[in-house]
Design a protein. Structure first.
Length: 254
């Protein structure tokens, strides 16, 4: 393991996605061990999939309880019902929630079928504030550098809102759908400011198709061209990547 000791972001590069999943699940478990009332921010997509498997294993093997934990997800497709198999709500239940003892009332995801996305977004921010903010937010990164669905061009001050997905994201996400035309084109996402308020952030990236985004996030000027670059301004953020994702900036991780 190569580890950089500078304060933030901390940069950790591991061999492959299995090691990334084990390491990230241990970091989340450590948070739950320290505080059983933790508020954990979560992401969907292919990257955290294995981390959730590891967390389920830990839940069983160490009897780590999620009964008092609250979770907050980054985003939900707009126009997709929570029971639809393509919704992020459905994903979270299938990948994690159905296998741990979390209480349904402690799960927070945007309502993707609201007729009033402005009110939904405002309410989502209020709910996050009311539960005391996020202790640790697990996030992924898009191949274009997005975090949540804050696409390139998003403001550092952005808050939860309805957004249009970029063409790159629609193409990337089409691998989960039969046809590209079926991919939702909008989502309700938390903002960059919302993510930056988490007390700790853990960004995961695996695979070669993330190498440009990781390099841009760490080395290009901080700004909306690469939304993940704003994470360099966070006081406690970890970039946890595999060797393939670190390919274009190996020296950052040495
Ligand atoms: C998902 C999310 C997105 C993904 C990103 C990477 O809730 O907010 O930012 O984390 O698009 O997706 P994968 O992991 O599928 O490559």
């Amino acid at each position: 393991m190569a580890k950089n000791t500078s304060k933030s972001p901390q940069k950790i590069c591991l061999k492959n996605k299995i090691e990334v999943a084990k390491f990230s699940s241990e970091m989340i478990d450590q948070q739950l061990f320290m505080n059983k009332n933790s508020v954990i921010g979560l992401a969907t997509g292919s990257t955290p999939h294995q981390t959730y498997r590891e967390l389920i294993k830990i839940h069983v093997s160490r009897q780590r309880s999620w009964a008092q934990v609250k979770t907050v997800n980054l985003d939900e497709y707009y126009g997709v019902h929570r029971n639809n198999t393509q919704s992020y709500n459905y994903y979270m239940h299938m990948q994690l929630f159905n296998y741990i003892d979390i209480r349904k009332c402690n799960i927070l995801l945007p309502n993707g079928t609201t007729s009033d996305p402005i009110a939904e977004a405002k309410n989502y921010e209020k709910k996050i504030t009311d539960i005391g903010g996020i202790d640790l937010w697990l996030i992924g990164i898009g191949s274009n550098g997005h975090i949540g669905f804050n696409e390139p061009g998003s403001s550092r001050k952005s808050r939860t809102r309805l957004v249009n997905l970029s063409d790159t994201t629609i193409t990337d996400n089409s691998r989960f759908f039969d046809k590209e035309i079926d991919v939702p084109t909008q989502a309700i996402t938390v903002g960059i400011a919302t993510i930056m308020e988490a007390r700790k952030i853990l960004l995961l990236a695996t695979g070669k198709n993330k190498s440009r985004a990781i390099n841009a996030a760490l080395n290009e000027p901080i700004g909306p061209n690469c939304p993940a670059s704003f994470l360099r301004q966070h006081p406690d953020c970890t970039f946890l990547v595999d060797e393939a994702a670190a390919e274009l900036c190996k020296s950052d991780f040495s």
